[in-house]
Design a protein around this ligand. Structure first.
Ligand code: 5AD
Ligand code: SF4
Length: 470
C-alpha cells in the first residue's frame, strides 16, 4: 500500500502537514470504522485531541461515545501527576478486556505518557495489547501509523523530535472559541515538573502563521481565541520575537476576545501589561501560577522568583488592568515544606484574594529532581494542608463572585448549560462561568447578563440584551 509522504522538513518550522494528502484511498480502509477518543489533562491535550479527531475523521472514521463500539480507541494521556496516570492505566484494563477476541479493536496511546521512556518500556512489557504509541511531537504521523497497523504491520513509535508542523487541521470542539498553539514545550525545568521531558524544549511558531490562523478563525465566525503555551509568555525568545508583540498583533486582528494561558511570573513584562491595558479585546484575566509562597520552597522548585517578587507583579497587574481577575496554581507538600512554609503560602493567598486556584498535592515524577528530594511530611498531613488551603481559596473565589451580584456583565455564550438544560452557559471577560436564563439563540453571541446568584465556582444570571457594537 502506498503511504502518504509526510513532507516533514528537517528544519524546525516545517512545511504543510499530511492532512491534505489524505484521499479516498485511505478512507476506503477505514470506511464504517468507528473511533473513541478520550482526553486527559490540560488545555494543550484538549487542543491536541482536536487535531487527532481531525485526522481520524479525514481518514473516514466516525465518532462513537461508546468504547465497546469502537475499532480504534485513542487515549490522549497526561503524566503531570500520578492520579492522571492511574486513570489511564485503569481504562487500559477495560480496553484490554474489550480487545480479547477482536482483531479490529486497536488501541492507540497518545499524549504525555507516551513521552516517558521508562513508562513506555514498562507499559509495553506489561500491556502488550497496545497497538500504537504516539507522542506529543508526532501527532501528524497518526494516519500513517493507523494505515500500517490496520494493514497488520504493528508499529510502535514515539518521538521527541523538535519539529513544528505548520498547517495542522483541528476538528474544534467549539464554533465560537478556539485554542491556538503559539509555542510548544518548556525550558523552565521546575524541579517537580515532567513537562520539559514530555513536551520538549521551548519552540515558538512563526508570528505570521499564528496571525494567519487567528484571521482564518475570525473569518469563520470565531469570537474568541486562547493563545496556548506551556509557558505562553516565553513566546518568541527562540526566534527573536516577543509575546507582547504577538499579543498586540493578535489584538489588532479585531477578533472579539483574546486570552492566553499559562503565564510564568518570571517572563511577565511591563510591555505585556501595557498591551493588555491598551486593547479592549484582550480579556482582563491572567492565570499566574504561584506554586508556593515560601522563598525556600520556591528556590527548591526552581521557580526563579521570591514571594515578594510575585506580590509586586501581582499588585502591578491589579493597578494597570482595571477589573483584572487573577487565578493561580498551588502545590502543597513539596519535599521539605514545613508548617511555616505552608503558612507563607496561606499568607500570599490571603494577600492576593485570588479569583480561583487549582491546588495539588506534590506528586513525585520519575526523572525529575524533586522526585529524589527527601520528603518527610506524611501524606495525611499534606491532605490536611490541602483541605485548609482549599477552604481559604474557595472563600476568596466566592468573595470575588459575590462582588458581581446585581451587576450586568458581558458573557460569551457557548452552549447549553450542563446543570440545567433550560439554561445556557458562557464566560465573562474575567473567565467566570455563568449559567444564564435566556433564549437559546444567544448561543454563539456576546450578550449582557445580569448576575442573580454567586457561588464559589459559578454564577447565575439573566439575559439582558445583545452586545451593542460601538
Ligand atoms: N505534583 C503536583 N502538582 C504538579 N503540577 C505540575 N507538576 C506537579 C507535580 N509533580 C501542577 C503545577 C502546575 C499545574 C499544571 O500542575 O501547579 O502549574
Ligand atoms: Fe512545568 Fe515549570 Fe514549565 Fe510550568 S513552567 S510547564 S510548571 S516546568
Amino acid at each position: 500500500m502506498h503511504l502518504p509522504d509526510l513532507n516533514v522538513a528537517k528544519d524546525r518550522t516545517s512545511k504543510e502537514n499530511v492532512y491534505l494528502d489524505l484521499n479516498e484511498n485511505y478512507q476506503k480502509v477505514f470506511k464504517d470504522k468507528k473511533y473513541f477518543l478520550r482526553t486527559y489533562g490540560c488545555q494543550m491535550n484538549v487542543h491536541d485531541s482536536e487535531a487527532i479527531r481531525s485526522y481520524l475523521e479525514a481518514l473516514g472514521f466516525t465518532n462513537t461515545e461508546k468504547v465497546e463500539e469502537a475499532n480504534v480507541v485513542v487515549l490522549n494521556t497526561c503524566a503531570i501527576r500520578e492520579n492522571a496516570r492511574d486513570k489511564v492505566v485503569g481504562f487500559l484494563g477495560k480496553c484490554h478486556y474489550l480487545k480479547k477476541n477482536r482483531d479490529d479493536f486497536k488501541i492507540v496511546l497518545a499524549g504525555c505518557m507516551s513521552e516517558q521512556p521508562d513508562f513506555i518500556e514498562s507499559i509495553l512489557a506489561k500491556h502488550k495489547y497496545i497497538d500504537i504509541v504516539i507522542g506529543t511531537h508526532n501527532i501528524h504521523e497518526l494516519p500513517k501509523l493507523l494505515l500500517e497497523n490496520f494493514s497488520k504491520q504493528t508499529i510502535e513509535v514515539y518521538s521527541n523530535s523538535d519539529e513544528i508542523i505548520e498547517g495542522m487541521h483541528y476538528e474544534r470542539d467549539s464554533k465560537y472559541t478556539a485554542w491556538v498553539n503559539i509555542m510548544y514545550g518548556c525550558d523552565k525545568f521546575c524541579t517537580y515538573c515532567i513537562v520539559p521531558y514530555t513536551r520538549g524544549r521551548e519552540r515558538s511558531r512563526k508570528l505570521e502563521s499564528i496571525i494567519k490562523e487567528v484571521e482564518e478563525l475570525k473569518d469563520k465566525g470565531y469570537l474568541e481565541v486562547t493563545l496556548l503555551g506551556q509557558n505562553v509568555n516565553a513566546y518568541g525568545q527562540d526566534i527573536g520575537e516577543s509575546f507582547s508583540h504577538l499579543l498586540e498583533c493578535v489584538a489588532k486582528t479585531g477578533i472579539k476576545r483574546v486570552r492566553f494561558v499559562t503565564s510564568h511570573p518570571w517572563n511577565f513584562t511591563d510591555g505585556m501589561l501595557e498591551v493588555i491595558s491598551k486593547y479592549d479585546n484582550i480579556m482582563p484575566y491572567i492565570h499566574l501560577p504561584l506554586q508556593s509562597g515560601s522563598d525556600k520552597i520556591l528556590k527548591r522548585m526552581n521557580r526563579r522568583y521570591t514571594k515578594e517578587e510575585y506580590l509586586t507583579l501581582f499588585r502591578k497587574m491589579k493597578k494597570m488592568i482595571p477589573n483584572v481577575a487573577i487565578t493561580t496554581d498551588i502545590i502543597v507538600g513539596f519535599p521539605g515544606e514545613t508548617k511555616e512554609d505552608f503558612e507563607d503560602t496561606l499568607d500570599v493567598v490571603k494577600t492576593c484574594e485570588f479569583d480561583g486556584a487549582y491546588t495539588f498535592i506534590f506528586s513525585p515524577r520519575v526523572g525529575t529532581p524533586a522526585a529524589l528530594m527527601e520528603d518527610k511530611t506524611p501524606l495525611k498531613e499534606k491532605e490536611e494542608r490541602l483541605q485548609e488551603l482549599n477552604t481559604l481559596v474557595n472563600y476568596y473565589s466566592n468573595k470575588s463572585n459575590q462582588k458581581l451580584l446585581g451587576k450586568t456583565v458581558e458573557v460569551l455564550v457557548l452552549g447549553d448549560s450542563e446543570k440545567d438544560e433550560s439554561k445556557v452557559y458562557g464566560y465573562t471577560d474575567t473567565m467566570k462561568l455563568v449559567n444564564v436564563s435566556g433564549p437559546k439563540d444567544i448561543i454563539g453571541k456576546i450578550v449582557s447578563v445580569k448576575i442573580t446568584d454567586a457561588k464559589s465556582f459559578s454564577l447565575d444570571g439573566e439575559y439582558v440584551k445583545e452586545k451593542i457594537e460601538a
